[in-house]
Design a protein around this ligand. Sequence first.
Ligand SMILES: [Zn+2]
Length: 245
Amino acid sequence: MRWAVGTPLVVLGVLVGLWLLSRSWTFQLMGELYPRVETSEKVVALTFDDGPRPGQTEAVLELLKRHGVKASFFMVGRNIERHRELAARVLAEGHQVGNHSYSHHRLIFKSPSYVREEIDKTDALLRGLGVEGELLFRAPYGKKLLVLPWLLKQGGRKHITFDAVSRDDETQDVELLTSRVMDAVKPGSIILFHDGGQDKPGTLKAVDIVIGRLCEQGYRFVTVSELLKLGGIEPANGSTASPAQ
Ligand SMILES: [Zn+2]
């Protein structure tokens, strides 16, 4: 009887544990995961996910240019294929570009060959654009369980998450987006916004405000690879993890 009562609880506990593990920004079972870096310097990395997307990505680029800020764009492979010139423009303007899978499906409960293909196809597209050095990866929705961390570890790849999240895929309330980031940000933070998906007028305003406020506070903005370096984290395989020339 005890077995009959206990089993559903154990199963529930395991499921809750897997769910928590899949959505953690700060922990994975193996390999390197970076939601931020340890530094006392006032440096942060701005990141934009899910692009490139015509309309939104150009507007982000204009905003960054106006502030003289370099950011990191985690791009979806199929969007690179659709909007290759726009992806190339992001790179040409000196921003870092990373891999955010090919299809933007959750990479949990998928076979190793599926996950590997999602990574490899986008790697190839990024290399085709001329991206050199270490290719950083960010999982769609930040989700991972076993297969993705294992494959990234096999390839000596870093998984980059975030610690200051606007959740601008849920709301475009400028005040909310701004306060979420400003409340969470600290030296070494990785900030998450999106340039893909739906139109995001609130995102553009919030990014403008966040850059202005952080500059007033003495922060400077660097790419994720530059941030890692400032945190004493070396690029994989001795490669130069520099943003586009
Ligand atoms: Zn995404």
